[in-house]
Design a protein around this ligand. Structure first.
Ligand code: FRU
Length: 606
């Protein structure tokens, strides 16, 4: 690469040349000029007059991280931004919103990026930023961030017909950093609109995971119906990191938030102290906050959402402890077919999942508003038997008494290297939780939310067929774009293995089978497509499946994911996959006896 040896250089950019420009803007292209001064120690000052809404910053995912500060009149504006500015190649652009400084002279202080980096020549200005990301692995009917990195779902609440979903967002790159609450909304849990970033880092730190409640009774005094958000303020300082809980409230249904002037509201000397989940405990008319603290969950109570009292801790000698506990939740669920209800404590753990890395475990028991008691203390219960369901939490204030949950469809083992660029991260499909009882044990049922049936489009049905050796379907859908559901019911007649594989014309495949003697459903994604980006990615995942006579299955495939729901959610397996073309064939085989596929329907998802 040519070395650029200049102390200062002036660039003229036609705004209309930007990658992200729409045609309308192209017509009204106007010149924006900027000036770069390279100072000592990899410090650079970009001077400009803020005449366009965005400065588009070129990013290279593998470049080292530097820092960006906006300076007006010799003063820093807002918090520092960590960013991997392009040194050798531009992977994608991210927008730096300058609209608050319209017409002003702005200096962008960029530290930790050498003068030889190509970013200095690649800065662009624009009034728009293109959100129509066309990457081939971007799911169609799963929530993804419009751009940038995403991890945990946060602050989920339902109000006035709208599901609100906030998420751990890095608006300045597709790797983790600058944690901010991005915001998306949906009326059907399937089609999501990006509403922008709702809660931005501040003096108390980055904005880590948390929850929102609707304060119907105005217990906090922000107003009846105010939406109150709780999140972890996370800061690293030269004398160590700190995590504390903060609060912000919204008087416009979650669009914008006002940060509470007495933040932080809860502090600790524990290094891992985070992810507040707040909910209303009706019998005692108080609020409850669950917090993940090291390898336990702590429970607090409050009458006014501002002052919190420690009540109890849960976790010692319970369940899996292979890693730190994160993102708690506590919900009361009906037991199917009875009038009984039980409390379920949701505990995300990383690492220490059954197939390595992150996973979600849960405990079933009682809760009296202050203390949770696990009724099966010797068992570990997993919510999902794949590698890619983490940080699962539920919607507050969901309609009709439903308990609707959402997970982050990934694993900390490899999220940072998944083969996508301008965005990275996806959520699972929404799931409705209930409990069922099997052999005296209470287990969680995660059914695909009923909205998934309304999303069914074009249908392809296959007449019943018997498999005594092998059976092949050459075309699942006429124009398969990789976003569909397969619904199957199978009657087993003595097969010891019921094998069903998904394949594409490149020979890539997902192998699945029921191991009847072991009562297991197994998935192998090691030949599923791109897998070499991480040695932790090729994997075989196994779920307990006691029903192997009459099998009911729903498989949701969406470009780069597969979610298997057995027996309407008695077990679930969520795995990411990166096939170079959609799987459009299915092959069946039986080992020993035979089985009959009594119904097989494939639906495009709208
Ligand atoms: C879980 C988690 C949370 C934390 C957030 C930071 O994935 O580690 O505990 O709040 O991610 O992004």
């Amino acid at each position: 690469m040519k070395q650029l040896n200049y102390p200062s250089m002036r660039f003229l950019r036609m705004a209309g040349l930007s990658l992200a420009m729409g045609l309308a803007t192209l017509a009204s292209a106007q010149e924006t000029s900027y000036d770069v001064r390279h100072l000592a120690n990899e410090q650079n000052i970009v001077s400009l007059s803020a005449s366009k809404k965005y400065l588009l910053l070129p990013v290279e995912d593998n470049a080292p991280e530097g820092k960006v500060y906006i300076i007006v009149d010799n003063n820093r504006q807002g918090e520092e931004i960590n960013i991997r500015l392009a040194r050798k190649q531009v992977d994608y652009y991210v927008p730096l919103d300058l609209s608050a400084f319209a017409g002003k002279a702005v200096a962008i202080d960029i530290q930790g990026t050498p003068s030889s980096a190509i970013c200095w020549k690649k800065l662009q200005f624009s009034d728009t930023f293109d959100l129509t990301n066309r990457e081939k692995f971007r799911p169609v009917y799963h929530h993804t961030p419009a751009y940038g990195w995403m991890n945990d779902p946060n602050g989920m609440f339902y109000k006035d017909g709208v599901y609100h979903l906030y998420f751990q967002h890095n608006p300045y790159g597709s790797t983790w950093g600058n944690m901010t609450w991005g915001h998306s909304t949906s009326s059907d849990l399937i089609h999501w609109n990006f509403e922008g970033d709702a809660i931005l880092p501040d003096a108390w730190g980055a904005i880590f995971s948390g929850s929102c409640v609707v304060d119907h009774e105005n217990t906090a005094g922000f107003g009846a119906g105010a939406v109150v958000a709780f999140y972890t303020s996370a800061k690293s300082t030269p004398w160590g990191g700190s995590q504390s809980q903060s609060l912000a409230y919204s008087l416009d249904n979650g669009k914008t938030f006002i940060k509470y002037d007495k933040n932080p509201i809860l502090t600790s000397d524990q290094p891992d102290f985070r992810d507040p989940k707040v909910f209303w405990y009706a019998p005692d008319k108080h609020w409850v906050m669950m917090l993940a603290v090291g390898q336990e969950m702590q429970i607090f109570s409050s009458k006014n959402l501002k002052d919190w009292k420690y009540e109890s801790s849960f976790g010692a000698k319970q369940g899996a402890h292979g890693g730190v506990w994160e993102c708690p939740d506590l919900v009361e669920l009906p037991v199917e077919g009875t009038k009984e209800k039980k409390w379920v404590l949701i505990c995300n753990i990383n690492p220490g999942g059954p197939f390595g890395g992150s996973a979600t475990q849960y405990f079933v028991g009682t809760f009296n508003g202050k203390r949770f008691v696990n009724e099966a203390p010797t068992q570990t219960k997993w919510m999902d038997w794949g590698k890619d369901n983490y940080a699962t939490v539920t919607w507050n204030n969901a309609p009709d008494g439903r308990c609707v949950a959402l997970g982050w469809m990934s694993n900390w083992q490899y999220q940072a290297v998944l083969p996508t660029w301008q965005y990275r991260g996806a959520n699972t499909v929404a799931r409705d939780f209930t409990l069922y009882k099997k052999d005296g044990e209470y287990l969680l049922k995660s059914a695909p939310s009923p909205e998934m049936k309304q999303a069914r489009g074009e249908k392809q049905s296959f007449p019943s067929f018997k498999v005594s050796d092998t059976y092949q379907i050459n075309q699942l859908l006429p124009r398969n774009e990789g976003a569909y559901e397969i619904e199957l019911s199978i009657k087993n007649a003595g097969a010891s293995r019921v094998i069903l594989n998904l394949l594409n014309e490149k020979g890539e495949r997902i192998d699945m089978y029921y191991d009847v003697p072991r009562q297991q459903f197994v998935m192998d994604r090691s030949e599923s497509g791109l897998t070499s980006f991480s040695k932790e990615f090729p994997a075989v995942t196994v779920a307990p499946a006691s029903e192997t006579d009459r099998i009911q299955l729903r498989l949701f495939i969406d470009r780069s994911s597969i979610e298997v729901f057995g027996e309407e959610g008695e077990y679930v397996m969520t795995n990411r996959i990166f096939p170079s073309a959609p799987y459009n064939q299915m092959s069946f085989a039986s080992d020993r006896g035979s089985f009959t596929v009594e119904s097989l329907n494939v639906y495009k998802i709208k």
